[in-house]
Design a protein around this ligand. Structure first.
Ligand SMILES: [Zn+2]
Length: 202
């Protein structure tokens, strides 16, 4: 007997299989929303949705701190703020599982450790790709940098729109929410705080 692999199967297309009970859950949600999960356009939707959610929540597979494990100790006397601005991100709110889209500004004042600048964006994404609230996302990113780089100060400001506000409920498109978390000199020293926030554009 030959082992024939269906060319349209997940296996043949190199995609990970989605367990039947996961697909059933999404079919239930489609029916609950008022549509027919068996109609043609929706037939493969449960699999797509399931795989998309694994991607949206990829952050659960990683410890964002790993991105800060490779540090450079040669700061060459640099004692000014390092700032990464307008970092786009997408997350999902834990109350409605609706998208949160926005941008972050992340700054730190190094003591004796710096990291490759892209690593700050990786830390953000590691926490954003989970079910979140914006306040906790902001705090987690700041705490991770504070703990791992032990800098003089950390500042994180996140500005985002929430799908659960713009697409449902009070339906207020265009309304953004701003959250911030400061540590060290940016929290304690009024002038440092003013400087970093103005560099960020706030
Ligand atoms: Zn929400």
């Amino acid at each position: 007997m030959t082992n024939v692999v269906d060319p349209n199967s997940d296996e043949a297309r190199g995609k990970s299989p989605v367990p039947e009970h996961v697909q059933d859950a999404i079919r239930t949600l489609i029916s609950w929303s008022g549509d027919d999960p068996e109609r043609e356009g929706l037939i493969d939707t449960p699999k797509r949705v399931a795989r998309a959610w694994l991607e949206y929540c990829q952050g659960y597979q990683e410890d964002p701190a790993v991105h800060l494990s490779r540090v450079f100790n040669e700061v060459g006397g640099y004692d000014e703020v390092v700032l990464l601005k307008d970092i786009p991100f997408q997350s999902h709110c834990e109350h409605h599982m609706a998208p949160i889209t926005g941008k972050a500004a992340i700054a730190y004042l190094p003591k004796d450790k710096v990291v490759g600048i892209s690593k700050l964006a990786r830390v953000l994404n590691g926490y954003a790709r989970r079910l979140q609230i914006q306040e906790r996302l902001t705090a987690e990113v700041a705490q991770c940098i504070w703990d791992n780089l032990q800098p003089h100060g950390v500042a994180v400001v996140i500005e985002a729109q929430h799908g659960c506000m713009t697409g449902r409920g009070v339906r207020t498109p265009g309304v953004g929410m701003i959250t911030s978390r400061l540590h060290g000199c940016f929290l304690e020293d009024h002038r440092s705080r003013k400087e970093v926030l103005s560099l960020m554009g706030y």
